[in-house]
Design a protein around this ligand. Sequence first.
Ligand SMILES: [Zn+2]
Length: 177
Amino acid sequence: MTSCPQCHSEFTKKNHYHMFCSYTCKDQYNKGKTWVGYFKKLLNNNAKERKKLDADMLFKKYTVQGGRCAISGVQLTKIVGQGPITTNASIDRIEAGGKYVESNIRLVCCFINSWRGKITDEELIWWCQQIVEKEDTWILGKSGIIRRSMRNIKALLSRKAAGLLEAVRDIKWRRRE
Ligand SMILES: [Zn+2]
């Protein structure tokens, strides 16, 4: 399944060039502000640093990512002229501080980009975890002290993040002793 760049609905591609769910969407997309146009605007900021990137390549990334933020999975937007929009697409370097080259970039929400700053994905997840867990309380279970919402949190995380969670829990255990 592919996400239509205009209406974001899911559809099955008939061939490599099939990009929109309908002719109406294709027409609206081509008439209105396009993603390629939006990306061109993005590239004009810090044009020198980003000279190895181009709008078509960014649009390809957008399509591959299904129109969603590479970190949060939130639907990307391209709303201009309304001040800062947290969900607007922005160019993120996978290796923070690394080069603006195709292999090192992905599209993420503006908010995620500014929040992540220069830290790694793992560190970002760790911080998210701290926020989620802040409200948690320790309760006594059959096998000792367990976290009330640990099961729910784990279900939401990728295996990698879950491993990180174990490590965080370990640290907390040690601190408690
Ligand atoms: Zn559509």
